[in-house]
Design a binder for this molecule. Sequence first.
Ligand code: HEC
Ligand code: HEC
Ligand code: HEC
Length: 378
Amino acid sequence: MKRPWKIMTGLILVIGIVGILVVVSGVIPVKASSGHWEITKWFLNFTKERSVATHSTGIKVPDLDDQALIVKGAGHYEAGCRMCHGKPDGMRPRMVSLMTPQPPNLKNIVPEREPQELFYVVKHGIKMTGMPAWPELKRDDEIWPVVAFLLKYPELDFNEYDELVWGKHQKQSGQSIDSAEGTSLPVPHLVIEVCAGCHGVDGQGRGLGVFPRLAGQNEAYLLVSLEAYHQDKRMSGTMEELASRMHQQEIEEVSRYYSRLKPFLSNESQGRDKTNNRDAQEEDASFERGAQIAAEGIAGQDVPACADCHPATRKPFKNAYPALMGQYQAYLELQIRLFQNRSRGGSQSANLMHAAVDGLKPDQIRDVSFYYSELPER
Ligand code: HEC
Ligand code: HEC
Ligand code: HEC
């Protein structure tokens, strides 16, 4: 009775030892140049698909059918994914086709995946394949726009892709623009090639509320913000990736450039959520409540007057503090929530904001953000 067991155990032991010897001898090729065997490919793919399906169960998918989200995701795709996965015309650097496994054309993959599976892969990456994780695991709010974009990707042609990423922007060198003082300002190369897609050459952020306005913002604040992204101290998967490629000199140049542009324009292009159906009367009341929070704070909730640091004038309290006037309401709301969740980070002064906004309730965040976004107009 015991014999078969002995033989089995012996056999397993021998297979194990031979396996170890094969690995130790170094004969198994790890070269990417020959690709995987079909059986290995099948096994790895099957493992990946099962793992992703299991781990993405229970992830709640938000409403993704929103143009602003899709544009935000498209911008990130261009900056952080296109170099491996290519554009709708299939173009990608030759180097990428030499990877094993190759980054797939996502037009073929997306229809086979659920949104929560895409979210899981984009957030965590895939081990031993070159597919990277999202740079900031606390910023799920940045990953969903990429999923929203991916869901549209299979139906996009080349021109529609470019329109989403660049809007009306033409990548022509030698452009210039009027500064706030009316002089002609040459547009830095980096702005034309990189920043303009999301923030615009004019620094107005494309009117959607997902990219902040930079025009007329305090130079010192732009500078410390870019440095904070560069040093991983302000958490944003998109901006950290871009700032990590910038030299100090470029950071200084673009900060000077955007700060000298005509400040935030009117609220025409606030891209405000039209579905909230607030009538004029409600908006006036919201503005007044916001104005009161900004001017006096909220005594019972430990909220100080915002205007101490963010005055209702263009002149900042301190140079490295941001002006909020005319900034998009949606952007301000998002940043306040990030401060509350400790998932924003920022410059050395950023922790001043934690104490300032921790006590704010959601409707108060909306009111005070609405107030600052409307301020130049009223
Ligand atoms: C350095 C190259 C590289 C970059 C950058 C990259 N990927 Fe990938 N990606 C890969 C590789 C390689 C695979 C194939 C993995 C595999 O077959 O298991 C992959 C696979 C995927 C998949 C398919 C996973 C599946 O379910 O089979 C998705 C979706 C994806 N990437 C999305 C993205 C997005 C979105 C970005 C940008 C945020 C991105 N990737 C950035 C290399 C990259
Ligand atoms: C792919 C879109 C995209 C591109 C390209 C881009 N940005 Fe941004 N930028 C964003 C987003 C989104 C945010 C908000 C990030 C956050 O939540 O912290 C942001 C934030 C910023 C901020 C902080 C603003 C504030 O009020 O705190 C600065 C400064 C900035 N970007 C400068 C630049 C510069 C300079 C470039 C060009 C080198 C650039 N960005 C390129 C999307 C982009
Ligand atoms: C003691 C000074 C101080 C007070 C009071 C203060 N803030 Fe701030 N706030 C700052 C600083 C400093 C920053 C920039 C942090 C950084 O550099 O990363 C900031 C950043 C912000 C931002 C992000 C802006 C951007 O462009 O990303 C928002 C939104 C904001 N504050 C709203 C408020 C509101 C609303 C209040 C009142 C409830 C308030 N702040 C009170 C100092 C203050």
